[in-house]
Write a protein that binds this ligand. Structure first.
Ligand SMILES: O=C[C@H](O)[C@H](O)[C@H](O)COP(=O)(O)O
Length: 244
């Protein structure tokens, strides 16, 4: 990955961690390449400022990051209310609707975010878009129970059009299997003017469809690292997750 992109991810991650994480917080740790910089910054603040935090992972990767950086690991059984969740995104539109799940981690990410008082998104400049599909061309990820993947693909195509594919693994013969033992479908060429709130609810009614990578009215704020090293912030910053 280019230095420009990595610097942008790092700038966004540091700004969000510095602004939104306070001592005694329970922190939801998202997944993906940008979150790596956030965890590094959390560990730095724990060492330098004696910041006291407990971290809830959103994936196998996030759990490993927390352990590797010697942060305190917790879960929703012990800490059911998350003070802030910091996570990446594949795309953020002008209404703060997100596409997530490019790395297949959408289900646990949505569970943790939905129990957070605030979901803060960190991303590089390539994720900032007006309409979903402007920037991210790999589609909307949808996690499904394996036995239902073909009927679900057919239903989505019939109802909404576009293309839908089973995500295949790179270093394994066969499909990607999520941290929860499910498959991922990637839905592309959808109507960019869709009513995503309605579609998300409709999709969630399909038996066997576990979760979508559409995060609607969940993110409070997004931090985009730009090419020149500065940050662009979007979103009001009010609590709009914690869907309790
Ligand atoms: O499944 C993966 C997650 O939703 C990631 O947060 C998302 O794909 C963004 O990842 P990255 O920070 O690597 O662009």
């Amino acid at each position: 990955m280019s230095d420009l992109l990595n610097n942008a991810k790092k700038a966004a991650a540091h700004a969000a961690v510095d602004e939104h994480v306070k001592t005694d917080y329970v922190v939801g740790v998202g997944s993906g390449s940008t979150v790596v910089f956030a965890v590094e910054r959390l560990a730095e603040r724990v060492r330098n400022e004696n910041l006291k935090i407990r971290c809830i992972p959103t994936s196998f990767q996030a759990r490993q990051l927390i352990i590797d950086h010697k942060l305190i690991l917790t879960d929703l059984d012990v800490d059911p209310v998350v003070d802030v969740c910091i996570d990446g995104a594949d795309e953020v539109d002008s209404k703060m609707t997100l596409i997530k799940g490019g790395g297949g981690c959408l289900l646990q990410e949505k569970i943790v975010a939905s129990n957070a008082k605030e979901l803060i998104i960190i991303a590089d400049y390539t994720k900032d878009s007006v309409k979903l599909g402007d920037q991210y061309k790999k589609g909307i990820p949808i996690e499904v129970v394996p036995i239902a993947y073909v009927p679900i693909m057919n239903k989505i195509k019939q109802r909404y059009g576009g293309n839908i594919e089973l995500r295949m693994a790179v270093k394994k013969a066969g499909p990607v299997v999520t941290d929860n033992g499910n498959f991922v479908l990637d839905w592309t060429n959808f109507d960019q003017d869709s009513d995503w709130e309605k579609i998300n609810l409709d999709l969630l009614m399909i038996p066997g469809l576990v979760e979508t990578g559409l995060f609607i009215k969940m993110a409070a704020k997004a931090y985009f690292g730009l090419k020149d090293g500065t940050i662009k912030q979007t979103g009001g910053g009010n609590v709009c997750s914690a869907q309790m």
